[in-house]
Write a protein that binds this ligand. Sequence first.
Ligand SMILES: CC(C)(COP(=O)(O)OP(=O)(O)OC[C@H]1O[C@@H](n2cnc3c(N)ncnc32)[C@H](O)[C@@H]1OP(=O)(O)O)[C@@H](O)C(=O)NCCC(=O)NCCS
Length: 188
Amino acid sequence: MNHLHIPTLETERLVLRPFAIADGRRVQQLAGDRRVAEMTSQIPHPYPDRMAEIWIASHPMLWRNRKLAPFAVILRDSGELIGAISLRLFAQGPRAEIGYWIGVPYWNHGYATEAGREVLRFGFEDLELESIQGRHLLNNPASGRVMEKLGMRCEGVLHHGAARQGRLLDVTDYSIPAGNFRPYLRVA
Ligand SMILES: CC(C)(COP(=O)(O)OP(=O)(O)OC[C@H]1O[C@@H](n2cnc3c(N)ncnc32)[C@H](O)[C@@H]1OP(=O)(O)O)[C@@H](O)C(=O)NCCC(=O)NCCS
């Protein structure tokens, strides 16, 4: 599949669409919450003004160069932006890394899992990826649970596998090959 523009995906409760510059304030507000930022290696805290807009403006080029498939996570009913999810595509081979965050007021409603399942489907079926990996900080069990619910397999812990604001941190690695993906798998 060769999309010129980032597509829009849909699930039961969510729309996954390209970010618009106008989403910048909302991204700053939700991703700038310490409880979200500190679980990522990329999101600074405090979150500087204009950084979200600059990040969003980079998306079309990153998509066209087949480096990133970024989606805003939108609640279908209210139209609220509640998070972000992406596939970072590797240059060598049909492989990607999934990444996501959900705003604190929306945690534990199954939204990351629902968005993740659709993004894995998109990666395997539409982008024809053969393997998708995930990685979370060791002290972030909620993200590990999301990856488990997506059917990803834990591959082990990498000592000092990530850095956040100059500090090295341990990470847990997950992966799933295309053949193991079940779009409708529900893990109790
Ligand atoms: C990780 C994150 C995306 C999860 O989003 P979410 O929409 O709440 O995820 P879901 O509701 O689909 O699933 C969360 C699961 O984690 C579980 N969970 C939540 N807090 C937990 C904790 N402290 N320990 C263990 N499990 C936990 C929930 O119970 C749920 O599992 P369940 O369905 O078996 O009950 C969200 O917490 C977040 O954005 N965190 C900050 C940023 C981040 O960590 N991004 C990922 C970086 S790898």
